[in-house]
Design a binder for this molecule. Sequence first.
Ligand code: GAL
Length: 470
Amino acid sequence: MFPCDFAWGAGTAAYQIEGGWQADGKGPSIWDTFCHEKGGRVFGEQDGDVGCNSYELWEQDLECIQWLGLTHYRLSLSWARLLPDGTTRHVNQKGVQYYNKVIDDLLACNVSPMVTLYHFDLPQALQDQGGWKSSDIAAIFDSYAKFCFHTFGDRVKLWITINEPYVCAKLGHEDGIHAPGLKEPGVAAYVVGHNMLRAHAMAWHSYNSFYRTKQDGAVSLAINSDWFEPSTAGCTEDISATERCFAFTLGWFAWPVFVTGDYPEVMRSAIDAQSEKLGFRGSSRLPCFSKDEPAILGTADFFALNYYTSRMVKPGGGSCGKMSMKSDRDAEEVLDPSWPLCGVSWLAVVPHGLRKLLKYIKDTFSNPAVYITENGFSQVGPLQIEDAQRSEYYKETISEVAKATQEDGVNVRGYFAWSLLDNFEWADGFSVRFGLFHVDFGDVKLSRTVYQSGREYAKTIIKYKGGRSR
Ligand code: GAL
């Protein structure tokens, strides 16, 4: 049903689990700053200072990984733990030791690491110099990436440069609900997205030129997308609105990397038209790629997809008269009443949406190898260790992935559940739980307990790998 070398994984991100925010010489990141500046931006004014304390309790995480029988584990490196001021001028050896241990322990247990270089936590020192809005950031990221390839690439064979550039750009620089908390609608997100693509491409080219021959790994960026469908099937306006939704999320990053080296035409024309309507003068709000820089096209060795939910789409939002991504996109997302909501308001549970999205990726991007680098369902409210609903959703989703591989011929190479552990869920703090293991944040030991969904996932892995049952 799944190829025998299929990757069965789970993911985490440094800021969400590690804690140790200033341990052993780590520098501050934008998430440290964002959480410490009080003002109600994070649920309950919580922070990731301690998180799951994976910095000290890594062995417990490893036990969870082994308990589940994972073949792969996706983690992210804290840039500021390795390079406290973000540059290679000063390397924090304690940070290097920590990740060396994590990687070596995983390999000793026959678990392959997939390593993300950037999962939302820019060193604060770099934010102070303009962060992702500054064009200098691409070269600085490239130096950091080279440092990581050089230091860990003998053992790490799957790399993600940047996780969800869409979320960093939009939530961090347009909506202000993620660090660094900027609200500069209609402009900053496009600049940030642009610099992230440049940074990613530079790092991919560095890997390709200097490390690939020796290390033989694969590098991509993790792109998040919902599955979008026209609100009314066959309605021309809804179909074009759906196209714009794809262009402004998946296409924004996948088109330059996999199709043309440039933004989707639909996105370019919508932004240009809207700018004109709003009387915007000057250069385009959507930057252009320079011919003098490394090409963006072809800079992914596989397609890394984060999928959570689906949306029905109709036109709307374009006439609000303000400069914003919403006006540019001019598409309204609506929920199908038959889709159950899972914990948080944005997460409608639509397992079959993943199958459709995988097929869309196969057809649109020339049948790439695909890793589903994130997928999951959250729990809010009273703790339920026996989370039958979430178990069911995992089962259904994985069977949709099986159909995509077998019936639709999508080249899916792996599936990573989000997340190994309950953790700091960004602006939602600890109120939203995505773990396969529950973490008791009220207990100083931060004890980990497997959920029913974790047990189900472990069984699924055994089933498909043809192993023993637990
Ligand atoms: C993604 C993010 C993860 C996790 C997940 C669940 O956007 O990459 O870190 O928070 O959403 O909401």
